[in-house]
Write a protein that binds this ligand. Structure first.
Ligand SMILES: N[C@@H](CCC[C@H](N)C(=O)O)C(=O)O
Length: 279
């Protein structure tokens, strides 16, 4: 049995477990298996994912994100906010901003009183990761036709460090549940179904790869705002409220074409988990 010290935190109705190896050598474990066990409701402490924090050569820290099923996620906006909160709490967030290296991005975090902002960087069309999405991008550059066995859909396919499909509708999002699961597993992406309520308010349902339907997903919301701003359906440079299944997120396309997400975080608990490697 391997004792593992953890911190569990929550933001926007999602929970993540952080294992902090910034000052101690990383334990040589099967982290895919550990993520499955630790995030599970019975064998663990229930969470949306597991975050391993490591020292970085290029940033203040490096984060490895594991989804609930043990798969690796390139980045995670809610997780990055929680990392900011955790680092502030342990006295490692002393500058106005810090950077976190992820598998695909360098995210900048800033702290204003208790609100953490995450600069997720520039969005890209999924099929062209060398040409950023801008306010002048034609819709044909990021919109693709995708198929399920029963229907053809149009989806905006966007990377914000991890891959997302955004599908627009004015119908009840519940109708899309089966298609969202199918499209996520067929294409190995996160799926968002989006309704524009107002130029500064949208409704988003997210099905995350490696997890399922989520209370909120920060990077899916960022991809949704990137898509909606590029289509001139919501305003750039202003905060937009994204109503997700379990919480509201605040996002903005800023003057540099970066996607920013902000929100508050809370520590749930910390303690020692006893990892049974053989089960
Ligand atoms: N919930 C996260 C995103 C997690 C990653 C995703 N499941 C993937 O594998 O790409 C967020 O808040 O951004």
């Amino acid at each position: 049995m391997q004792p593992i010290f953890f911190t569990k935190l929550t933001t926007a109705s999602t929970c993540y477990i952080i294992l902090n190896y910034l000052e101690h050598p990383v334990l040589p474990l099967d982290y895919t298996h550990l993520a499955q066990k630790m995030t599970h409701e019975e064998t663990g402490i229930s969470a949306d994912g597991l975050i391993i924090l490591l020292p970085s050569d290029q940033a203040d820290a490096k984060a490895i994100f594991y989804n609930k099923d043990g798969s690796l996620a390139n980045t995670c906006a809610n997780g990055l906010k929680l990392i900011g909160y955790h680092l502030a709490e342990i006295g490692r967030f002393t500058e106005p901003s810090i950077t976190i290296e992820t598998r695909t991005t360098l995210a900048t975090l800033s702290l204003d009183h208790s609100i953490i902002s995450v600069d997720l960087g520039i969005p890209y069309p999924l099929n062209n990761l060398s040409t950023p999405l801008t306010l002048n991008s034609p819709i044909s550059e990021f919109c693709e036709e995708i198929s399920t066995s029963s229907e053809n859909w149009e989806a905006d396919t966007i990377s914000i460090g991890n891959p997302h499909f955004i599908i627009y509708t004015d119908d009840d999002h519940e109708y899309f549940q089966d298609e969202m699961k199918y499209l996520s597993s067929q294409n190995d992406v996160n799926i968002g179904v989006l309704t524009i309520i107002h130029p500064s308010e949208v409704l988003l349902t997210t099905y995350e790869r490696g997890l399922g339907f989520t209370s909120s997903c920060g990077t899916n919301a960022a991809a949704a705002i990137a898509s909606a701003v590029a289509r001139r359906l919501v305003k750039p440079y202003d905060w937009v409220t994204v109503h997700c299944r379990g919480a509201d997120l605040q996002l903005k396309w800023d003057e540099n074409g970066h996607l920013i997400e902000k929100g508050s975080c809370t520590k749930v608990c910390c303690g020692t988990y006893f990892y049974q490697e053989q089960e």
